[in-house]
Design a protein around this ligand. Sequence first.
Ligand code: NDP
Length: 376
Amino acid sequence: MTPQGVAILGSTGSIGTTALRVLDRHRDRFAVRALTAHANAALLHRQVEAWTPTFVALVEGDGEAPAAWLRGAGALVEAATRPDVAVVLNAIVGAAGLDATLAALGAGKRVALANKESLVVGGALVAAAARRGGGAVVPVDSEHSAILQCLSGRDASEVRKLVITTSGGPFREWPAERVRAATVQDALNHPTWSMGRKITVDSATLANKALEVIEAHFLFGLGYDQIEVVVHPQSIIHSMVEFRDGSVLAQLGVPSMELPILYALSHPERIADAGIPVFDAVSAGRLTFEAVRHEAFPCLGLGIAAGKAGGAAPAVFNGANEQAVALFLEGRVTFGAIAEAVEDALARLAGLSGGDLPSLWHADAQARRTVREKFA
Ligand code: NDP
């Protein structure tokens, strides 16, 4: 079998480096053809030495880069559309991943999508690009991978609802007042998953679950009232699907991104050696569930409301959240200010149109500006 060419966009991040570990065990099936990073030239250098891809790009950064490496955001689109690439793993963080997702789908590629922000900002455009170009999106998010595995080809009309699980993050049991005053160090201390800084903060505010609800809406074609979020602190059940006859299927496993990454590459086939520890029900022990405490985690409700509003609202939610999280990580605003900033931006920018890419980028920029001005 000729190995399938893979491009990894964001190869120096948490998902990118985990993906390279997964691919190292499957060199007979997959060949890394393109690697991109934002600014981490040193790690990209080491990855290039180990994988000898035919295409390398470093979007920004002042680090020493060989002349053969491409620079600038346009290089992401180039990596995503190369003829020697069949699968594009989009592991970029933030809305910056959208253009490459659209380009890859337009060129008929399989997109293994970790970059959920692509679907949140441009869900309808992503679906249209896939239809037009013949590409397909396969989710990397463990929750959506679980849902895909539970659905296993069944029609959406047989589904009553999706139940997306969340660990609840590090502040699951904290009083709302204490959550609002959480420090950067508190927020980066996730109980069950080790991830990049932005998604770790999103997991603490539960903005990440809102992004996932919108992602599920676009991936599986279900209404927002058919998507529920439930707290499951052990992160063993990755999500569930309830069918119209009342049967509920769940997908379980130890918390590790290696399986969802491998499954996104091989779907619908399952290949041996995902590299995850064997699941042992007895050591997993007790599995518990709780309702979300919306009063302590307002970002979840704000994001779902933005999804329901449609138009540019999800792009505003995402852009405001990205900007507010960046300010929080720089120590310039409090944890509680993230939700306040998102709520404020959604109220100020309600009704912006989002029918095409320029209007979505306009909404994204306006949302970021609104947040910056609020805290200037
Ligand atoms: P990281 O911050 O660890 O990595 C992000 C990657 O994207 C890095 O390679 C970074 O390059 C690159 N990057 C950052 N900004 C840009 C930009 N503007 N243009 C191009 N490349 C950029 O993030 P994660 O790996 O944690 O997350 C990546 C995506 O996967 C996110 O959308 C996240 O929500 C999703 N996801 C992550 C999970 C996880 O376990 N980490 C689980 C499920 C989903 P550099 O290193 O040079 O800065």
